[in-house]
Structure formats: C-alpha cells, structure tokens
Design a protein around this ligand. Sequence first.
Ligand SMILES: [Zn+2]
Length: 134
Amino acid sequence: MEFKTDRVRDEYAEVLAGRRGRLLLPVILLADALSQKIAGKPALLTMIFRTAEEQAAMNRILGTPGARSVHEFWRGFDVRITCYTADQQRELCRRVNAVFVYGGKFKTFAVHNAGTASHLHGQVPDAVAWGRSM
Ligand SMILES: [Zn+2]
C-alpha cells in the first residue's frame, strides 16, 4: 500500500486499527493485493475521509449544492488510476466486485469521475444497515 499524503496514511491507520470505517479494510486489502498481482505494484490510496466542509467546498466548485459523499462517512476510498492500463483497471474492478457486492445499482469498486480527476473509487455500505440485513 502506498499513500498520496501523510493524512491518507493516518486515516488508513485509523481503518486498520478498527477505529473508523471498519468495513473498508477488507476491500482496501483486496484492492491492494490484486494491484500487486495484476499490475505488480501496490495500490496508491489518494483519499479516504472528507470533512463536511471539504465536501461543501467541492460542491461549490462542481455546482452540486447539498451533494453528499460516502467519503464523509468513512465509507469510501480512492486509488490512483494512472498506475494501471485500461485492461488492468477493468480486471481490478471485476475481481473486487466479484467478492464484495455493494447492492442495488452501485458497485463496490469502479472508475469514477465526478468532475474531479478520474480515479478508482471504492465504497462500502453503512455498517449499521449492513448489520441489520444479516
Ligand atoms: Zn471516491
């Protein structure tokens, strides 16, 4: 695993310790393992958590007032996409989604571009709702 910033490294430490975003851990670990297997290099995490203030600032730039993100709730992570060929991106997504089914029309791991730079976006359901569905 590699990290874009010290902040992302610190946030991953929170996930790894089970203090935040616990459901993210197996998905991140699988994405990293598959990155090693498919592309021969670790996944580079560019983002995990986004504050409400950061989301509001992004919404102003993108013209999407009131939009929320799973990143605000420790339910998302982003991986740098430029580390992979298009075939590697598809294979990574296919194999992560074969293990972790998000549900509904959403995918656990997919290429995403919400007006920012293209990236691989991972997400997990709300832990409480997921627990209730078990
Ligand atoms: Zn994301």
